[in-house]
Design a protein around this ligand. Structure first.
Ligand code: FAD
Length: 286
């Protein structure tokens, strides 16, 4: 097994693309090392991306935020500007594991591990986040929901690395929120989860919305009908009822010891409703 710590993206991409065997990218390592120790993967080449210039930074641009692929979830929680504009994304990142795990783990690792229960992914999908990808063919940008294609699988080609997650600057009167259900208070995997992102007009009517559910299908679900249940209305009881019903209906969850299909469907609706209420209040809705 070869371990390298390149200083540039070009070198990292070249090494990954040119390696004949199994390769892995090491960010925080909180998934990769666990999978290696469990014997599920034995990479021939490990490319540690943490020394690459700029990858550990959160940058504010005219368009919004660029969160480097080596930025830890703990660092995201220390960015006042990011927390002010995207509190739901930050609260999702800050739910991952424990303080110790958050000091290492990244939202890009969370996305690329491709667990249906990954906490930051529904919040990122609801936020309309994009992944900036660099590979042997150059750079491209895709919606984050296009990255995981199934449990443990991504659409990334050989040699491709996610360089950053891009979040837009917020329109006035916008808010987002993320909630998950776990049977204890922390250090557990979401049984089901919901992320909601809203923008209101001056009267408090929802102008645009995105609703995403986690652990409800093999990949995170972006539920367009749920957004439609909110758009054009204030967040009244009828809108919330419709949102909950649509979200429960959209779920295609598994049945396991952590939750039955029926339970997951019910809780998806409840969480979507609560997350929408928080997002609405954060957007200044009354
Ligand atoms: C004790 C513990 C508790 C946990 N609790 C939670 C939890 O509550 N919620 C949750 O969602 N997860 C949880 N996890 C899982 C894990 O911490 C997260 O998924 C984390 O965000 C992974 O980030 P990382 O940087 O450590 O990824 P890594 O382990 O470094 O990488 C994960 C995968 O992504 C790939 N990858 C990493 N960076 C890139 C990149 N830039 N481009 C392309 N591919 C890349 C790697 O090759 C690997 O396949 C927990 C893990 C542990 C050990």
């Amino acid at each position: 097994m070869r371990y390298i710590r390149p200083l540039s993206m070009e070198d990292a991409v070249g090494q990954l693309a040119g390696s004949p065997g199994t390769t892995a990218i090491l960010a925080g390592g909180s998934d990769l090392l666990v999978r290696m120790k469990g014997g599920f993967i034995e990479p021939d080449l490990i490319v540690d991306i943490k020394a690459i210039d700029g990858l550990g930074e959160i940058r504010e641009t005219a368009e919004g935020f660029s969160i480097g692929a080596a930025v830890s979830c703990a660092l995201m929680g220390e960015s006042a500007a990011l927390k002010r504009e995207w509190p739901g994304v930050v609260e999702a990142a800050k739910l991952i594991g424990s303080k110790q795990v958050q000091g290492r783990c990244t939202i890009v690792g969370n996305l690329c591990n491709a667990s249906p229960a990954a906490d930051s992914v529904p919040a990122l999908v609801a936020a309309g986040a994009r992944a900036l990808i660099i590979g042997p063919g150059g750079r491209r940008t895709v919606a984050v929901e296009a990255v995981p294609t199934g449990p443990g699988k991504t659409s990334l080609a050989k040699g491709e690395i996610i360089e950053a997650i891009l979040l837009d600057r917020r329109a006035p009167r916008s808010g987002d929120a993320y909630l998950r259900f776990i049977p204890r208070t922390e250090m557990d995997i979401a049984v089901v989860s919901a992320g909601v992102n809203l923008t209101l007009d001056e009267q408090g009517v929802v102008k645009s919305a995105r609703v995403a559910l986690g652990a409800a299908a093999p990949t995170v679900l972006l539920v367009e009908e749920a957004a439609e249940a909110l758009i054009g209305r204030k967040l009244d009881e009828a809108a919330l009822e419709r949102l909950a019903k649509v979200c429960s209906g959209a779920c295609r969850p598994i049945d396991d010891k952590r939750g039955t299909v029926e339970f997951r469907r019910k809780v998806a609706g409840v969480l979507a409703r609560r997350a929408a209420t928080t997002a609405y209040t954060r957007a200044g809705g009354k």
